[in-house]
Design a protein around this ligand. Structure first.
Ligand code: LLP
Length: 402
């Protein structure tokens, strides 16, 4: 049997680099883990946050595992439908939603999750008597990075927890049926405290709204990226959630569904960005700079959030360890993947694997500096499938009347 490194190296040799590789076994394992550990409350549903990785081949697999879709653009809604999700398994949480999005998504039979009183008024006057979900900001936020916090006093997301009455009054004015309420406090958290506090707040809001079918507490489950981070205790968290929601249902007088919208947790660890080292040099201060054939245009998380990604030298994994700055090929100082990172000795031509790149990797990639997007490949055991071809120069030109 081939090792994972051998499979990755063969892919780099056969299809060239930069290439994103996703291991389906990891996606299945992580999805199952959520379903059994976080889904301990019997009526739990999972909607995959498709923004994390929208490759249709992956999305179809995740839908087949029993996930619905959390969509934040009308294009994501349509992609979810095209990948086989039924409209009742999709929710649209459009931020600063336009009239066009409201109408198009409603016409597709997909539930809208509305995050402002202004949009609720427009929705009610356009579709009186229909079903709706409301996104609230519980005034609690947590995330791996400051910029990924989506709850709190200055957040642009959701209706303030202080405006529940106004929201209810608008719903009444237009005879809207509030079937669900929602919150998403941030992305990439590895602690239980804030999510449990936020659960308390959303359940307090739920108590004031009769007839709810579900409470959706969003996604955000983090994965460890750096060696000093520890995995979330999913079983313990799931048990606490189950107990809290069961207790709520007894008070509320009926059972409700509990929804989660994980993105990162399902796909992050399945992904590898393979890149080849083409330049080694020393800086003036005698740091060794590794230059690769990819960059912040293909994986922006390090430049954008200062994120840590594990990096491996899969060509020479057993060499003597040395310290490197690992950089991309984009003409920007922010274009690096790691500083002062220990790696088995690197020579030009080596293939590096940037790990945990399955979430918000390709999905946030761009054509900056007019470079093509990488290829995407899926592996299932030793089976290797290209799931997105490498972009060509003609592809880059194709949207211009050139
Ligand atoms: N639900 C809503 C409404 C969201 O806005 C998000 C993420 C999720 C669910 C899924 O969160 P997850 O389970 O993936 O943490 N680009 C950043 C992450 C931004 C997340 C945006 N919203 C990153 O690379 O870390």
């Amino acid at each position: 049997m081939k090792t994972k490194d051998e499979i990755l190296l063969e892919i780099a040799q056969k299809y060239s680099t930069p290439t994103y590789v996703y291991d389906l076994a990891v996606v299945r394992e992580r999805a199952k883990e959520l379903q059994t550990e976080i889904g301990q409350y019997p009526q739990t549903e999972f909607l995959y946050a498709i923004k994390a990785n929208y490759n249709p081949h992956l999305v179809k697999e995740i839908i087949n595992l029993g996930f619905g879709i959390d969509a934040v653009s009308q294009e994501e809604v349509k992609l979810g439908l095209a990948c086989g999700a039924t409209p009742d398994k999709i929710m649209f949480t459009g931020n600063n939603m336009t009239d066009d999005e409201m109408v198009n998504v409603h016409d597709l039979g997909v539930l809208l999750n509305i995050g402002s009183l202004s949009r609720l008024e427009k929705y009610g006057s356009t579709y009186p008597g229909s079903k709706v979900s409301l996104r609230f900001n519980p005034n609690i936020g947590i995330a791996s990075h400051e910029s990924n916090i989506t709850g709190g006093p200055d957040s642009k997301f959701g209706i303030s927890f202080k405006d529940v009455r106004q929201a209810l009054a608008l719903a009444q004015k237009y005879n809207l049926q509030i079937v669900g309420i929602h919150q998403h406090i941030g992305s990439g958290w590895l602690r239980q405290r804030e999510p449990m506090l936020a659960l308390d707040v959303i359940l307090e809001i739920a108590e004031q709204i009769p007839g709810l079918e579900f409470v959706d507490v969003g996604g955000g489950f983090g994965v460890p990226y750096s060696p000093d981070q520890t995995r979330l205790e999913l079983h313990e968290l799931g048990e606490k959630i189950k107990n809290r929601v069961t207790e709520f249902c007894e008070k509320y007088g009926r059972e409700i569904k509990l929804r989660f919208e994980p993105g990162r947790y399902v796909v992050a660890e399945s992904g590898y960005l393979l890149t080849r080292v083409n330049t080694l040099k020393e800086s003036i201060s005698r740091k060794t700079i590794v230059g690769t054939d990819t960059g912040m245009n293909h994986l922006v998380r390090v430049a954008m959030y200062g994120s840590y990604h594990p990096i491996r030298n899969i060509s020479h994994p057993r060499g003597f360890e040395k310290e490197y700055d690992i950089t991309g090929n984009i003409c920007e100082c922010a274009d690096f993947f790691a500083r002062d990172r220990l790696l088995p000795e690197v020579i030009e031509g080596d293939v590096l694997s940037i790990n945990n790149a399955g979430a918000y990797g390709f999905a946030m990639a761009s054509n900056y500096q007019f470079r093509a997007l990488p290829m995407e490949v899926m592996i299932e055991g030793e089976d290797v499938r290209v799931i997105r071809k490498r972009e060509s120069f003609d592809d880059l030109l194709s949207n211009y009347n050139f």
